[in-house]
Write a protein that binds this ligand. Structure first.
Ligand code: NAD
Ligand code: UD1
Length: 340
């Protein structure tokens, strides 16, 4: 049973991916410093899978501390989720974002070299595409100027990994550009658990639906889209998790040192459509008002899924209704998130 090291495996996407890996016969070791997740996630994973995963509370930037994980386990491949991801926070704390996101990746790469681990999957983001009228975004679409330090860390890390792959052709590296991951596990036991007031649309809508927040502000309804609100490619986190298993399988057979895939559904949903879908899931209206545009937002973003379908055999199964219903189930079962 090959062992996958999942850094950031206690977080939102990581924890769902741990389940997919387990369901596909992989053994999993998790390294996470709990900076943006709670230890309770491990209990929930055990409830869902019946297995207690090996967990290291370690900062991936600390190469010496992380080395222990490599010494104690025979790691076959790595999925690197560990990173900070809040756009607004990255504007206020750029040095923390650059040092954490870039430092943790470099530390992982050094240990891959030291221990001869050859397969790596990296969490990138559609944010690297920047503004363009030319949608859907294909993997060949030009990269844009990022509007915040978080986006730049993804942009820079992609380049660092291209350089690392060039220098070490025995390594196989897969960059995955996620579109907008939402939803939760069907059990309602794990899901997105943001600190404080959420910035992203779905966590915000669910808090308004639950009555914890009063009102959702739609950031602009004067975009050049059919209903005037921004369009995004929301992808169910369980589909996204399955995409990582496909990526690991792909690395076993590819000859290329580096490969790149979009993970999205190929369908765009506007903010107004997302609200309607959520209202259907929760059974009541979501209080909302129209506000000004949010700086840095682009009008339309959705993925071309052709390459992932053809080469990874990946196709998202869930639609916006399942994204909303699982998000709502998670919210109602865990109204205050997880306890420490
Ligand atoms: P998350 O914050 O829920 O999970 C990240 C996990 O990494 C957390 O458990 C956190 O404690 C841990 N972590 C952070 N820095 C660490 C470090 N130095 N050492 C060890 N652990 C560390 O975020 P997520 O939504 O699951 O995102 C996972 C990855 O996917 C991130 O790299 C993120 O940038 C990327 N991504 C996320 C989205 C999204 O919308 N959620 C979109 C595109 C890309
Ligand atoms: C955001 C990040 C992006 C990151 C992605 C991860 C910004 C500018 N971009 O993308 O870097 O990779 O999350 O999923 O933060 N909206 C509202 N009201 C709200 C919240 C959001 O109208 O209270 C709208 C936004 O204007 C946007 C859409 O909902 O049009 C989705 O927003 P969000 O969930 O924050 O995702 P992105 O902006 O696409």
């Amino acid at each position: 049973m090959p062992t996958v090291l999942v850094t950031g495996g206690n977080g939102y996407i990581g924890s769902h991916t741990v389940i997919s890996l387990f369901e596909n016969g992989y053994d999993v070791v998790i390294a996470d410093n709990l900076s943006n997740s709670k230890m309770e996630v491990q209990n929930r994973l055990e409830k869902i899978t019946g297995k207690r995963f090996k967990f290291y509370n370690v900062d991936c930037c600390d190469t010496d501390a992380l080395r222990k994980v490599f010494e104690e386990n025979k790691i076959d491949s790595i999925i690197h989720f560990a990173g900070l991801k809040a756009v607004g926070e990255s504007v206020r704390m750029p040095l923390e974002y650059y040092s954490n996101n870039i430092g943790s990746m470099i530390s992982v790469c050094k240990l891959m070299t030291e221990f001869g681990v050859n397969k790596l999957v990296f969490s990138s983001s559609a944010t690297v595409y920047g503004e363009s009228e030319d949608v859907p975004f294909t993997e060949e679409s030009p990269l844009g100027m990022c509007t915040n330090p978080y986006g730049w860390t993804k942009w820079m890390l992609e380049q660092i990994l291209r350089d690392y792959a060039k220098a070490t052709p025995e390594k196989k590296i897969c960059l995955l550009r996620y579109f907008n991951p939402v939803g939760a596990h069907e059990s309602g036991l794990i899901g997105e658990d943001p600190r404080g007031i959420p910035n992203n649309l779905f966590p915000y809508i669910s808090k308004v639906a639950a009555g914890t927040l009063d009102c959702l502000t739609i950031f602009g309804d004067d975009y050049n889209t059919p209903d005037g609100t921004c369009i995004r490619d929301y992808i169910h986190v369980v589909d996204l998790a399955k995409g990582h298993v496909k990526a690991i399988e792909f690395l076993d057979k590819t000859e290329d040192p580096i490969c790149l895939f979009n993970l999205g559904t190929g369908h765009g949903t506007s903010v107004k459509e997302a609200i309607k879908a959520f209202e259907k899931a929760c059974g009541h209206e979501i209080n909302h008002v129209i506000g000004p545009r949010r700086p840095g937002d682009i009008a339309v973003s959705f993925a071309s899924t052709e390459k992932a379908e053809k080469l990874l055999g990946f196709k998202a199964e869930y639609g916006i209704d399942e994204m909303c219903s699982t998000c709502w189930k998670w919210q109602t079962m865990n109204p205050d998130g997880l306890k420490d």
